[in-house]
Design a protein around this ligand. Structure first.
Ligand code: IMP
Ligand code: MG
Length: 181
């Protein structure tokens, strides 16, 4: 990464901290659904890194599906409109569904997804989110399993992007754009 770009990034949550917290969340899920199967639904693309780490720490029978939605353009602000870009491959009727999100921000994406998923009659529907930015909430939604509550900063890394970049960073970092400095 070029030096100029590095200067825009400030580590907020280190990979070791994330790892420990993901293990804790997975243990909670394992306890809550003891003896049952859980169906993890990752919200593409941001949740893919979190989901991959989370599922390996869950000690239950599991299955995975993905949904892709778009609530943001190429920029940092929500358009307020949620669009399904790729729907689930299979039915969630009768399953213990855990919706896996990278971050809860305005809550628009989650409230839309919860509404759509509930109509498909899962046995249980829970939300696991790596990050929660409650200060920006427009819809009253909350995660059942939340990794970290963070301040109102735009973050990247560990799956989260800015214009498709930075998803590969191991730490969650605050991204400051030049106009904000
Ligand atoms: P919401 O609908 O506003 O809750 O936004 C949810 C989606 O917006 C997340 O799944 C992310 O993809 C994206 N998003 C929200 N805040 C951030 C951020 O700080 N960094 C990167 N993506 C974000
Ligand atoms: Mg997302």
């Amino acid at each position: 990464m070029a030096k100029a770009e590095q200067q825009q990034l400030k580590v907020l949550i280190r990979r070791s901290e994330i790892q420990k917290r993901v293990q804790k969340v997975a243990r909670e899920i394992t306890k809550d659904f003891k003896g049952q199967r859980v169906h993890l639904v990752g919200v593409l693309k941001g949740a893919c890194v979190f989901l991959s780490d989370l599922i390996r720490e869950i000690d239950l029978e599991t299955s995975i599906d993905f949904i892709a939605v778009s609530s943001y353009g190429k920029n940092k602000e929500s358009t307020g409109q949620v669009r399904v870009l790729k729907d689930l491959d299979s039915s969630i009727a009768g399953l213990n569904v855990i919706l896996v999100e990278d971050i809860l921000d305005t809550g628009l994406t989650l409230s839309y997804l919860l509404r759509v998923f509930q109509q498909r009659r899962p046995k249980a529907l829970r939300v696991a989110a790596l990050l929660d930015k409650p200060s920006r909430r427009l819809k009253a939604v909350k995660g059942d399993y939340v990794g970290f509550t963070i301040p109102n900063e735009f973050v990247v890394g560990y799956g989260l992007d800015y214009g498709e970049r930075y998803r590969n960073l191991s730490d969650v970092c605050i991204l400051a754009l030049p106009t904000e400095q």
